[in-house]
Design a protein around this ligand. Structure first.
Ligand code: KG4
Ligand code: ZN
Length: 340
């Protein structure tokens, strides 16, 4: 079975083809980094305009690189939520058009779900597992009891961790996206400032929730004082942000007695997060799984694979009247899917 995946939820225009016998046949991502760099973040209308410009070229390239004909494609998987609505609808419209013109199955995928199951493409993880989702738009903990059996534990009350990385990088004048730049710069710095670790010890209603805007403001105050080098600020910020992620994740794994932890989303590429989770996880006998680096940030291979799983395991498809959604929690997505 060959599934074509389309992903346009934010600023990457991506198309990939996944084969159940041969794996990823092609995985094309057209990045808009150059366009958004001047704003220090994603500018929604520009993102939508670029998707419209790029989608057909990316589609064509993915099909050519996979060396496949449309007749050999069985279904079109597409990210339908969450994301920038103006971006989502472009990929979704392309998917609907292809499914209609080629008479193919149309399979919906949730962006967070795709990030999580990117971990399965090379090697499956046993259920149940805990998923820490860390990206530019999300910071969430879920218990994944099985495919489509998801329990939401908590999420961010304000900024996502990737967003905090991007904003701190902008405040330091380092460019966009800030995560990889700060990750690299922090390796040359020392933790000279003990920044706050928001909600890290909360045992109440925010036990599994996150908050990064206070940390970001604390960093801004230090930058304005001008007493420290950029690399030391980067290191101090990275230590605080990753401490919160690691501490809360391990705490959740212990509380729910879950032995496997999956990390997903763009920030899962972070070298310090990987190092700390692996070290701390070892002391608690936990198995920590990360996606390969080329599948951490947005791509369509994860969408094609998750769409393949949805069809193989659940035989679930949707009709052309299904709508994209800017905001939709992972567990609620499953509810909506089976009401449609
Ligand atoms: O998953 P993703 O590609 O897009 C969203 O779904 O949001 O994640 C992008 C985010 C950006 O905020 C970027 O700065 C961050 O992932 N990121 C990193 C690293 N690589 C990408 N953050 C920290 N360290 C990294 N190495
Ligand atoms: Zn993403």
């Amino acid at each position: 079975m060959n599934i074509l995946g389309i992903e346009t939820s934010c600023d990457d225009t991506a198309v990939a083809i996944y084969s159940d016998t041969k794996g990823i046949l092609s995985n094309i991502v057209s990045s808009q980094i150059q366009i958004h760099q001047q704003w220090g973040g994603v500018f929604p209308e520009l993102a939508a305009r670029e998707h419209t410009k790029n989608i057909l070229y990316v589609l064509d390239t993915a099909i050519k690189e996979a060396n496949i004909t449309p007749e050999e494609i069985d279904g079109i998987a597409v990210t339908v939520a969450p994301g920038l609505i103006v971006s989502l609808v472009i990929g979704f419209s392309a998917a609907k058009a292809l499914s209609l013109a080629w008479d193919k199955l149309l399979i919906p995928v949730h962006h967070i779900e795709a990030h999580i199951f990117a971990n399965f493409i090379e090697k499956e993880v046993p259920y149940p597992f805990l998923a820490l989702v860390v990206s530019g738009g999300h910071t969430e903990l879920h218990i994944i009891k099985g495919f489509e059996n998801y329990q939401f534990l908590g999420g961010t009350l304000d900024d996502a961790v990737g967003e905090a990385y991007d904003k701190v990088a902008r405040m330091l004048g380092l460019g966009y996206p800030g995560g990889p730049i700060i990750d690299k710069l922090a390796k040359e710095g020392r933790e000279v400032i003990k920044f706050p670790r928001p909600l890290i010890k909360d045992k109440g209603k925010n036990k599994f929730n996150f908050s990064f805007s206070g940390l970001k403001s604390a960093v801004l105050r230090e930058i304005e004082k001008g007493n420290f080098k950029k690399e030391d600020i980067a290191k101090s910020f990275q230590e605080a942000a990753t401490d919160v992620l690691v501490y809360k994740t391990i705490d959740a794994a212990m509380e729910f007695n879950i032995k496997n932890i999956v990390v997903a989303g763009g920030v899962s590429a972070n070298s310090r997060l990987r190092e700390k989770l692996l070290n701390f996880g070892k002391t608690k006998n936990l198995n920590i799984h990360f996606p390969p680096l080329y599948l951490c940030t947005d791509n369509a291979a994860m969408v094609a694979y998750t769409g393949f799983k949805r069809f193989k395991e659940k035989h679930k498809t949707i009709n052309l009247d299904f709508e994209a959604k800017a905001r939709l929690r992972l567990d609620k997505f499953v509810d909506i899917l089976y009401k449609s």
